[in-house]
Design a protein. Sequence first.
Length: 390
Amino acid sequence: MKTNTVNLAKLLSVSIDCAQRAATIIRNVWFSKDLGICQKAPNDIYTRADVEVQQMLIGALLNIWPNLPIVAEENCVEPFCSFEPNQNLLTHIEFEFPNELKELPINEICIFIDPLDATKEFTQGNLSAVLTMIGISLNGRPIAGVINQPFAELEKSDSTGSLVWGIVGWGIIGIEHFYKENISYYIGELTNFNNNNNNNNNNQSIILTTTRSNWSPIVQQLVNKISPDLILKAGGAGYKLLLVVCGIANVYAMPGASTCKWDTCASEALALAAGAILTDISGVCYVYTQNCSNVNQNGVVVSKNLDIHVQIISKLNLNQCQSPTIKKQLPLLINTTKIDSNNENNNNNNNNSNDTIIDNNSLSSNNDNSILNWQQTGILRVPLSTLSKC
């Protein structure tokens, strides 16, 4: 039966349940050694795990909310859902969620699904980069996300993965576990960097994560402009973004049309919930609606906080930012939810006066009172003001 509203706690509960079921599907396909690799386009592949997970996710969601707007990566048949996903995993904490987000008008939201992010890495056995991602947008901006890393705790045959989920204005659950599961891959590079780092000025060191398998002259140009202190190469857009959210890196950047909305909706929601920022390389936010372009045409920059983001956007737009006045105004050029979702490309080139302006104080790295230490509480929280800000 069609509905006019969707309860966020139930939607997240179903997404969490299905993301964990997806881990079982992906692991079973991997251990079967029959990946069913197919070509979608040059340098773009999918496997039977991609298809089976997407079918399960969409089937489960539409079985409960038949008119739910969904954008997903793969083009496949959506079968009838053969199980009843759990809608009540979060009922005990729903009272904590922001009042503005508890009941969502169904015609104002959209679900973005990447059933298996980092498919190329999956086929090559780089399993840590593999993620299932479910993002929820409201009026074109991400508000919540569920991401599961299916091959965490690989030695456990019954593992359902390492789950990270969160809501903008409420917080993130599971990011500390993601950190503990993944820091070992980079501890050598980080330790050597810290031992050899003699930077005594006030600028924070830039630890950049970027592509492992798609290096190109354009990527090299971007890296040269950023001039990071350390580069951590990794696979998978979602995985690299989580490296920033959990603090292993503090910048992720990729040029051009290298990611899509299903790559970034869930992870941007988690980034915003943690006080991080995602924009294109000009400092403009992306729009997430059912009728928007699926491709993030103007690259992606993710920074741990606003101070770093201004620094990186300034470097990437050096010719436009030579004037001290322009550099001072740069944080005000970061657009937010007031973008016309039917004309995204025009807005990528026009920062007009109708756009809502970001509040520097709400996301500043110095605003320690707004952030609880997730290593102590298990929940990373920032103000709801980030809902309408990049």
